[in-house]
Design a protein around this ligand. Structure first.
Ligand SMILES: Cc1cc2nc3c(=O)[nH]c(=O)nc-3n(C[C@H](O)[C@H](O)[C@H](O)COP(=O)(O)OP(=O)(O)OC[C@H]3O[C@@H](n4cnc5c(N)ncnc54)[C@H](O)[C@@H]3O)c2cc1C
Length: 420
């Protein structure tokens, strides 16, 4: 069984995305000696270009029946909100079967409860970490707006909103006038909206993750840029990692937080985790010249608008099921431009850039947070899917508690690796 560490022992965290960085910082604050490893610069993969939302109201798992009903329509349009590279279907099939299994109503109810348990504490866990890291200036606590074209579209979404309310999410329906009071720019097409006041965002998720990383270094953490090839075992315990250039590095425990690439380390220990990439795209418009106050979601088109500094915008979203190394289809990014113009009107595309990232997704939408039960000293924090930024601090607090031998304030069974 995984054992608690003594104060001050050394821990290696593999993967400097937002999840690994938050864990490294939290462990350092708990007094452990922490080495964070990444084959690249910190926060340059999926955590670089996400939409910056602390999406505390996304408590319903992705495989809920309402979403599944829309899938056939979406799949007919290669540039729709969801696309599948058909050649990848045979590889993806086991993940898809598990995804379908997660859509049974009783399963959706359980998963909603388990996701709510994590999301309900995000703001508290982040408040503490953000304060310690001195990043309060990047955290915009303005709530979000989910837009609907008309009452009919809103009514179709209402059961999901009511379910969210039953799980503790506070929200408010807004008329067109109330919407305009909050965001005067919004086009006539959008007649109503829902606001979740406790939703928040950061202007730039890369700067935010990098800020957490800088705090980790300031607190005495060590960063090593190298590829980890495997974990090391001695006397039945994980005792470090084998790296490409720095040889063997030893520690009392190793945490794998490699996003979509974490499966390599699971396989090394004969675990099979159904981790796949839900690829997503963004378009960055640093000189859009559009002043928005709120994070905007367009539910029917499955994309979001993040207000960035100085009138800049980031348009992000859509899901593409394809191998993580397949060439990007940049059309999926460019279609976001027209969709956004229908919401905020025209904007400048000067300085525009596009990006694609790999959401590390498990078919039941819950992350893995915990020990590899048969391998003492080895821990995993992965599979955060659409919610990696949102759940990074909470993951870090829970994992840190477990490594210290404290009983987490949450039942961790739903997030264990051995559920697969
Ligand atoms: C378009 C888009 C929009 C999104 N919007 C949001 C949002 O608004 N809110 C939200 O909460 N989430 C959002 N997400 C999801 C979020 O970005 C991810 O869940 C999160 O970034 C995952 O973080 P991570 O640390 O697990 O993985 P990553 O950021 O991918 O980091 C993994 C790290 O592991 C390193 N690594 C891998 N293998 C090795 C190895 N062998 N040795 C050394 N290092 C290794 C990689 O170099 C990488 O730096 C979005 C994602 C996308 C694509």
């Amino acid at each position: 069984m995984a054992q608690a560490l003594a104060p001050g022992e050394n821990v290696i965290v593999v993967g400097a995305g937002v999840v690994g960085i938050a864990i490294a910082l939290q462990l350092r604050l708990a007094g452990f000696g922490v080495t964070l490893l990444d084959r690249g610069e910190p926060a340059m993969e999926t955590s670089y270009g996400n939409a910056g939302a602390f999406a505390i109201s996304d408590v319903i798992p992705l495989a809920e029946p309402g979403v599944l009903r829309k899938v056939p329509g979406w799949m007919l349009d290669p540039l729709g909100p969801l696309a599948l590279r058909w050649r990848y279907l045979p590889t993806l099939a086991p993940w898809l079967l598990r995804f379908l299994a997660a859509s049974r109503p009783s399963r959706v109810a359980t998963l909603t409860r388990d996701l709510s348990a994590l999301l309900g504490r995000v703001n508290t866990d982040y408040a503490a970490l953000i304060e310690r890291a001195g990043l309060a200036h990047l955290w915009r606590r303005h709530g979000n707006l989910t837009l609907y074209r008309n009452q009919q579209e809103f009514d179709a979404a209402l059961p999901a909103w009511e379910e969210k309310r039953r799980h503790g999410v506070q929200w408010q329906a807004l008329s067109r006038n109330e919407l305009l009071e909050r965001e005067p720019l919004l086009a006539e097409e959008w007649q109503c909206a829902v606001q979740v006041p406790a939703w928040s965002h950061v202007d730039d998720p890369y700067l935010f993750s990098r800020g957490l990383f800088d705090a980790f270094i300031r607190e005495g953490g060590r960063f090593v840029q190298d590829e980890v090839l495997a974990t090391l075992q001695q006397d039945g315990r994980t005792c470090g990692v084998e790296t490409a250039s720095h040889g063997q590095l030893h520690a009392a425990a190793v945490v794998i937080a490699c996003g979509v690439w974490s499966d390599r380390f699971a396989r090394q220990h004969q675990y099979r985790i159904p981790l796949e990439s839900e690829r997503g795209y963004h378009v960055n418009l640093p000189m859009a010249g559009v002043k928005l106050h709120h994070f905007i979601q367009c539910a029917s088109e499955s994309f979001v608008i993040l207000p960035m500094a100085n009138g800049g915008l980031r348009l992000a979203g859509t899901v593409e099921l394809a191998h993580r190394d397949a060439a990007p289809d940049w059309r999926r990014a460019h279609i976001l431009l027209d969709k956004a113009r229908r919401i905020v009107g025209d904007f400048s595309t000067e300085g525009m850039t596009v990006w694609m990232g790999n959401r590390p997704s498990l078919p039941d939408t819950l992350p893995i947070i915990g020990s590899a039960q048969q391998q003492p000293g080895l821990w995993f924090a992965t599979g955060h899917g659409h919610l990696g930024l949102t759940l990074a601090a909470t993951t870090a607090v829970l994992l840190s508690d477990m490594l210290q031998g404290k009983t987490p304030t949450l039942d961790m069974q739903p997030y264990r690796m051995s559920r697969f």
